[in-house]
Design a binder for this molecule. Structure first.
Ligand code: SF4
Ligand code: SF4
Length: 135
């Protein structure tokens, strides 16, 4: 048996498909949704913990890829280097779960690590590279 945490990126065409249901029905996996951001007509993101045999897990990942769902292991955390962040706000619009929010009172960008699903979108876009992947 294996237990893995993975991040799924759904293109908007697949958001309303019963993909997670199929993981259970066709690949005998147990799942636990750790975080999700799935809205109609937008790209969806979900963090799942999957438990099952290694063979079923590998088949399920192949199935997800064939469907057009991008997967990445959730073996890392995303942290912010407070000394580098300039509170420019560039990251606010890319964060799919509202973990980076501008405070209207002082225009500073607050980072809520508990909401973060480690999708890394802000890591790539942050001009001073303040958002970092921590292993
Ligand atoms: S993009 Fe980077 S520097 Fe700008 S607010 Fe976000 S974390 Fe801070
Ligand atoms: S990695 Fe960045 S963009 Fe992704 S959820 Fe966390 S804070 Fe938001």
């Amino acid at each position: 048996m294996v237990s893995r945490k993975i991040v799924l990126h759904f293109p908007k065409t697949l958001v309303e498909q019963p993909i997670v249901y199929k993981l259970v029905k066709e690949f005998n996996l147990q799942f636990n949704i750790l975080k999700a951001s799935v809205m109609p007509n937008q790209e969806g993101l979900m963090v799942l913990e999957l438990v099952g045999s290694k063979e079923d897990f590998d088949k399920a990942i192949s199935y997800l890829k064939a469907c057009g769902v991008k997967t990445q292991p959730l073996s890392q955390d995303v942290v912010r280097d407070e000394n580098k962040c300039t509170h420019c706000g560039v990251c606010v619009s890319v964060c799919p779960v509202g973990a980076l929010v501008k405070d209207p009172k002082d225009n500073r960008v607050n980072f809520d690590n508990k909401k973060c699903i480690a999708c890394e979108l802000c890591v790539k876009i942050c001009p001073p590279r303040a958002m970092e992947v921590s292993f």
